[in-house]
Write a protein that binds this ligand. Sequence first.
Ligand code: ATP
Length: 285
Amino acid sequence: MITRKAYAKINLCLDVLRRRPDGYHDVKMIMQTVGIYDVLTFEKKEEPGITLTVDHAEIPADGDNLIVKAARLVTDTYQIKEGIHISLQKNIPIAAGMAGGSTDAAAVFHGLKELFDLPMSVEEMKALGVKIGADVPYCIEGGTKLSEGIGEVLTPLLAPPKAHLVIAKPDINVSTKFVYENLHANSLAYHPDVDGMTEALAQGDLQGITKRLGNVLETVTVKEYPVIEEIKTLLKEKGALNALMSGSGPTVFGIFADEKEAETARESVLLKGLAKQVFVTEFVN
Ligand code: ATP
């Protein structure tokens, strides 16, 4: 049996450059792995086919799950006839803007490579992964990356300096599709300074990083769900250097220099009932 952790991500910057004629969007994002993860186990089984058990009622355990889609791509590509059983322990908030499904799919490529000793390179994994979702290639690599194209063009960046994160997922589920469909991609008044963020990362400048946090998808999601702004404000009042919505939301993260302040901020978010799922964690590289 093989066990793998599938880590969530946040976006330090998320810019949308344009809507493409095929409906996809060209993006320019800075992705960062954080210390919240699902746990997947992989084992061979006697009966042929792919089965999945999930410890969470909201998540499909059938062919709609990105885990099953990824496993089918691998078994088709490498003509694997043996049966596979996968189990998922879900810790990453769902429909949250943290790439929960995409990171599970990414873990499947790594897990099945190991289980069957497959000659599958990271480039091959990414080429298969992008068929499942634009964020899957990033999740296969993880770390600190500039992500362009629809998300599949990845450039490694220097990891941010150590900091403490409060990550809060309000009790609403946001569909990524809804957010992108309601984004006026070709007439955005504001674009985050992605190049400046890259430079701040290269300098190891935490203030420079926090000053440049930006996400154009806030224009859609925050308007719909004011609780996001409330959490951002509270985190900043409680000592966050800055706070931002991750991905298409509704998850908010705050970056703290001080761990105790981060713990206190977490308590405040819980006490005020702004979110039920609130974590204190760190960047992972
Ligand atoms: P992203 O940041 O990529 O937009 P997300 O965090 O907004 O992702 P997910 O939690 O990945 O959203 O998934 C949203 C929906 O996808 C869920 O409501 C669920 O029905 C479906 N889904 C399919 N496979 C998975 C999976 N392995 N984990 C979570 N959700 C899954």
